[in-house]
Structures are given as structure tokens and as C-alpha cells.
Design a binder for this molecule. Structure first.
Ligand SMILES: Cc1ncc(COP(=O)(O)O)c(C=O)c1O
Length: 466
């Protein structure tokens, strides 16, 4: 009989550094997940904090090595894009690594102030403020700038935004401009709605920024929706952006920096798919080559990686409640949660995550589909990254233990998209959320960030309770 363990080790190079099996049970970063499940039950949301720091350190090392190898003349600065996960424990962990942040909302600035109060950010920290801004966001940024947060940098997203700062900023202020990228050819729009048209950048600088002694245009910013990928689209947009930097740099000596956005991918399959070091080196080589052609100094580089920072720290664990054979060929394993509400990217974007059984690796396996608890027919998961099928160990009603399944690298965006602790489809509650961390000596400990959402919280929102 082929076991589930055989299937996984024959399909992938398994075990990996992050995933191993001991006594037929899965370990994630050497954490015996069944012990965690025994302690906390399911459905369960996990955040493994050390992975956040290690990801940041990996990226910093790739850039440091690439700078050395290519003799790149600029510096590299790592920012964390808060929208991928705003939780305090995520930001506190990320900020242990001498990094800065990128914001997207006026409410982010309340987080900035609290992190400043806790001593996690200081007045020199870069706050790269992106987004199309309502008055509230512009006001909060202006207050920071006027209070001496010297690296709080509004990134102009449209032509009118500068007017607010011209009217209200009293101190020296670094300004950035976001350029509107062209979308990928098969996208529904030609040019992104985010940012300023390429043709408007120079006139905006000359008419509104150049002569005002308070403002310096310091940074040019862009973001590519598809992320950093080795495609002709990515390289042509990067080149276009760097050429624009060179054009502006010639007339604007304060323009020293480019921000190449987020989009560094994470692993969504057990098999490594991405050559990070190569991509980082190629980015630097491209910028260097264009700057040399144009006779312009190589810019400092900022990135604002969201998913890369926090994605791989997350896991979501369900137990299989029961199975339903709905036709001769379609066997459903019903989970005690929902894809639509807990992992909305799987439903909205067809995002795949690493999916593995937590137990039962000694059993034979079965082709199944996973069904969520909402009544929506779209609440299912039936394909992996590498294959249009899903396999899990066989289960029997007489089994002493339920079967558990884990989705891994789910740490970014899922709560940002589905909301947290509010009302969800079919009143599916937010799962219990447990944080895993290690002491300096490596000892694992965990604490409950939030219990499973209760009925009172929903009844209050719905107006049935005070
Ligand atoms: C301006 C900007 N920067 C950074 C990011 C982070 O992207 P990622 O999470 O893919 O790194 C986003 C995501 O939407 C973004 O809009």
C-alpha cells in the first residue's frame, strides 16, 4: 500500500527545512503541530513569529550580496508594507530587524504613533505613505512631518495631493511620487489607476515642488501588480521606470532614491520555485546599466515587501468533521471552517497554499475535495499548485483521532480581505489565533492572541445586544 507519506515524498523533495514528519505527524519549523492542536483545538490560526525576522534577514542578505557582487553604488532599505498584516505582534517582530514601514491609510498613522510610543519607531524611521489619500490621511501625515518625523514621506498619488501639504506643512519635507505602471498585457486596463502618469511627473515637480524651499522630491516609486517575476513585462516596466528616474534626476538633484514596491513572492508549493538571489542581482544590474547609459548616479533602493515579510509565518488548521460522497467520484472532506471567510484569497484569486495533513501519514491516501461550512457553492478547495487534484489520508468514522489538515504560508492579507472578528458568510466565526515564538535558547512557547470569536460579538454588531 502506498501511504500518504509515500505520496508526498515521491511528489516533492520531502522533507524540507520547514516541513518534516515524525511518528507520522507533521512538524512545521520543528513544531509538533499535533501538540498545538491538542492544546488549542481547531479551527486554528497560527503565527510563527521567528519566520518574520528570518524572511527580512534573508532579503537583506540577498540585497547586500548583490550590491557587493555588482558593485552597486546605492544603499538598500527594507520597508514592511503594513496592509499585508496590521497586527501588533507582526509589526513588533518585523521592527526588531532595523526596518521601516510603508502605509496605505490614515488609520495606519495611529499604528505609527503607538509604535513610536512603544519605542519601536523613531522620528528618523521612514514612513513611506502610499495611497490615494482622504483629508484625514493627509492631515495625520502633515502632523507627523510638523512634529519632526523627518522621514515621513508622502508619496504623491495624484496631481492634487501636493496642494494639501503646500497649505499645511511647516517643516522640511521629503516627497515621493508614485508613477502609474502599465498593467500586464492581459489585464483589463492599460495603465494602473494608482499613481501619476509618466508624462505628468516632470511638470508636477517643476510647477509645485522645485521652487518651494520646504519640499524636496527625494523618491520615485512604482509598484507592479504581478509582483517581481522574471518576465519580459517585469523587466520592461522596471526599465521604463528607471529611465524616468534618470530623466527626473537630471533636473532634480535631490532625487536620490527609487522604491521598487512589493511583490517578492513566497513559496506556495513545497517545491522551491523562485531564485531570489538571481532576481535581486538582475534588478540591480538593470538599474546600474540604465544609469550608466544615461550618465546618472545609481539610486538608493527601497522595497516594501508585504507578503514576503509575513506570508510564510502563517498557518491555518482545520479538522475534517466528516465526509460526504456526493457522486461516485466526488468525495468531500468537510472542514470546520471556511475557505471564503478564513482564506479568502483561495476563493477570490484562486490562490493556492501549501496544504498538508497533520496526522495519518502512515495511512493510504485518497483524492478528495475540501468543503467549507458556508452554504456558498464556491466554498471549496480542490486543486494544488502543481496538480488539479487534492489528496489527503484516508479516514474512517471509527478512527480514534480526527484527521487534521493544515494550510501553510497563509500569513498575509487573509484578515485584511475578509475582515477580522466581524460578520462573515453564514456567521462563520474568526478562528482562535495562537502566536508561536522561540526564546533566545530556541525553546518554543505559545500564547493565545484571540479565542474563537463568540456569539456575543456578532449579536452586538447585529444590534441584538448592547
Ligand atoms: C504600493 C504597494 N506597496 C507594496 C505592496 C505589497 O505587495 P506584496 O504584499 O506583494 O509584497 C502593495 C500591495 O498591494 C502595494 O500596493
Amino acid at each position: 500500500m502506498d501511504t500518504y507519506h509515500d505520496l508526498i515524498s515521491q511528489t516533492f523533495d520531502f522533507p524540507t527545512v520547514d516541513f518534516t514528519v515524525q511518528d507520522n505527524e507533521l512538524r512545521f519549523h520543528d513544531i509538533p503541530l499535533m501538540d498545538i492542536v491538542k492544546e488549542h483545538g481547531t479551527p486554528l490560526r497560527l503565527t510563527y513569529l521567528p519566520k518574520i525576522s528570518s524572511q527580512i534577514q534573508r532579503a537583506k542578505t540577498w540585497f547586500a550580496d548583490a550590491i557587493k557582487k555588482t558593485d552597486y553604488q546605492g544603499t538598500y532599505t527594507y520597508c514592511y508594507c503594513t496592509k499585508s498584516s496590521h497586527f501588533s505582534f507582526v509589526l513588533e517582530e518585523a521592527l526588531k530587524n532595523d526596518i521601516h514601514i510603508e502605509t496605505s491609510s490614515g488609520f495606519d498613522i495611529h499604528i505609527v504613533r503607538e509604535l513610536y510610543r512603544r519605542g519601536k519607531l523613531n522620528k528618523q524611521s521612514y514612513i513611506i505613505a502610499n495611497g490615494f489619500k482622504r483629508e484625514r490621511y493627509q492631515r495625520h501625515l502633515t502632523e507627523l512631518i510638523n512634529e519632526g518625523f523627518v522621514n515621513c514621506m508622502p508619496i504623491l498619488d495624484n496631481l492634487a495631493e501636493i496642494e494639501y501639504y503646500l497649505d499645511h506643512v511647516t517643516e522640511k519635507c521629503n516627497i515621493g511620487m508614485r508613477l502609474a505602471s502599465d498593467e500586464e498585457p492581459r489585464f483589463q486596463f492599460y495603465t494602473s489607476r494608482l499613481g501619476i502618469r509618466y508624462a505628468d511627473a516632470l511638470p508636477l515637480y517643476e510647477q509645485k515642488i522645485k521652487e518651494d524651499p520646504r519640499f524636496q522630491l527625494t523618491m520615485l516609486h512604482y509598484f507592479i501588480n504581478t509582483g517581481i517575476k522574471d518576465t519580459s513585462y517585469y523587466w520592461s516596466e522596471l526599465s521604463r521606470f528607471v529611465h524616468k528616474y534618470c530623466e527626473l534626476r537630471r533636473v532634480c538633484p535631490t532625487l536620490t532614491t527609487i522604491d521598487i514596491g512589493g511583490g517578492l513572492p513566497i513559496q506556495t508549493s513545497i517545491q522551491p520555485e523562485y531564485d531570489y538571489q538571481y532576481m535581486v542581482e538582475e534588478i540591480l544590474r538593470t538599474i546600474k546599466r540604465i544609469c550608466a547609459e544615461e550618465g546618472v548616479p545609481e539610486p538608493h533602493i527601497f522595497t516594501e515587501f508585504g507578503i514576503f515579510t509575513v506570508g510564510e509565518s502563517g498557518a491555518t488548521i482545520y479538522s475534517i468533521l466528516d465526509e460526504k460522497l456526493q457522486s461516485d467520484k466526488e468525495l468531500w472532506y468537510m472542514i470546520d471552517g471556511s475557505f471564503i471567510t478564513n482564506l479568502p484569497d483561495t476563493w477570490a484569486l484562486n490562490q493556492r497554499f501549501i496544504m498538508l495533513a497533520l496526522n495519518g501519514w502512515e495511512k493510504s491516501y485518497k483524492k478528495i475535495q475540501l468543503g467549507g461550512l458556508t452554504c456558498d457553492s464556491q466554498d471549496y478547495y480542490n486543486a494544488e499548485k502543481h496538480i488539479y487534484q487534492v489528496f489527503l489520508p484516508e479516514r474512517k468514522p471509527t478512527d480514534a483521532k480526527p484527521l487534521y489538515v493544515g494550510f501553510f504560508h497563509t500569513g498575509a492579507y487573509q484578515e485584511s480581505l475578509s475582515g477580522y472578528g466581524g460578520l462573515k458568510h453564514c456567521l462563520i466565526p474568526a478562528p482562535k489565533h495562537v502566536i508561536l515564538d522561540r526564546d533566545a535558547d530556541g525553546t518554543l512557547h505559545n500564547w493565545v492572541f484571540a479565542d474563537e470569536q463568540d456569539s456575543d460579538s456578532m449579536m452586538r454588531i447585529l444590534g441584538y445586544q448592547q
